[in-house]
Design a protein around this ligand. Sequence first.
Ligand SMILES: *Cc1c(COP(=O)(O)O)cnc(C)c1O
Length: 462
Amino acid sequence: MAKKTITKRSWAEPFKIKMVELLKMTTPEQRLKSIAAAGYNTFLLKSEDVYIDLLTDSGTNAMSDRQWAGLMLGDEAYAGSRNYYHLETAVKKFYGYKYLIPTHQGRGAENILSKCMIKPGDIIPGNMYFTTTRLHQELAGGIFEDVIIDEAHDSFNLHPFKGNIDLNKVEAIIKKHGAAKIPYICVATTVNMAGGQPIALENLKALRKLTEKHGIKIILDMTRVAENAYFIQQREKGYSNKSIAAIVKEICSLTDGATMSAKKDALVNIGGFLAVNDKKVFEEARNMVVIYEGLHTYGGLAGRDMEAMAIGIEESVSDDHMAARVGQVIYLGEKLIDAGVPIVQPIGGHGVFIDAKKFLPHVKQAQFPAQALAAAIYTDSGVRTMERGVVSAGRKANGENYFPKLELVRLTIPRRVYTQAHMDVITESIEHVYSNRKKIKGLQMIYEPKYLRFFQARFKPI
Ligand SMILES: *Cc1c(COP(=O)(O)O)cnc(C)c1O
């Protein structure tokens, strides 16, 4: 008999499971009732009615035994907690920023940063908007300008770094408004709204050169910086032999400060921070944090949460962790591509994004195709996804809807939570919905909150 040659070597998670959380199984009838009661908004479902929860990768991470042990080491002193100093050490060691202000989560940091740095009428260029980031910029009187490359708006364009910044767009803004009107450029790593698409170091270096010439700062939205570093390691020339940790440090070194939602990359369930290198900005932010979050050595967090975050930051920059993390997302994405489902490509770092305009060409964007599709997927299998399209984009200051080019359903994968078998079940459900897609109808919005409407809006079928 001929010897079988082994051509494929699978990867597996670099951990084993120590504790499990049981899931409730539901029937199609129960799910129909639940989604109607939730106003066809997956944010309004009860978690216990969900089988596989891909709503978000935010705060849904499974912590390691080391992190859980860290919770027991919480120093709950009001001021000067030991855990704050551990966190400060981790931020300096792995990200390289000089000054740290913990916040309850990312938007707490965005609020303080925006209030400290933005004056009414200022322009803040960024590589695609993020919901809370843009809102805090606007509430501080700023105007967001999208400077991401055009390729990012095309779900089938295979550009390896669709998070890149178009330097011509930045130059045009500087020319039009003057550098003095631009307090900083907001650079996101693995751009969430573009489908988890990374920015290249080459692009960031070129941006740094340009902004230095004009005295403009760069603030990093470093929420998924390690996932971005993984793509740089895999795709960018000259980085295949560098560690994720080294690449993360290099990204941060090209910026003046950062806001962080630690609920993503940093493997915790709650937490965030603002980190800056400029002492004056730090002092102002440190003063402001006591108004909105808490004292500057806890910023709205328990000591134990800061301890878990410090440990999570270290675990997040491990090469093995990141290969399995993004590897699982790519596994799911490739299965969906094989099934013919239209998804954003290249596959992103934290989730797979279905192109709802292509999935449901018969539903007009004003009838919320991505919202309708998310409801249909839940009804089919209890898999909870979320809308990233016209509902998430909200309204402009003049009251008109933003109609984003990308109308997406996000399948966000929590870190270290689900198995390959879960990924298979998800694929089978979406394949089933895809083969019955003609039956899916659009929705009408019947309740619309003023801010970040996607969280609480309610709908009814047309
Ligand atoms: C989640 C997120 C934020 C906001 O952070 P929260 O912790 O949810 O307040 C900011 N930017 C990006 C890119 C995010 O994904």
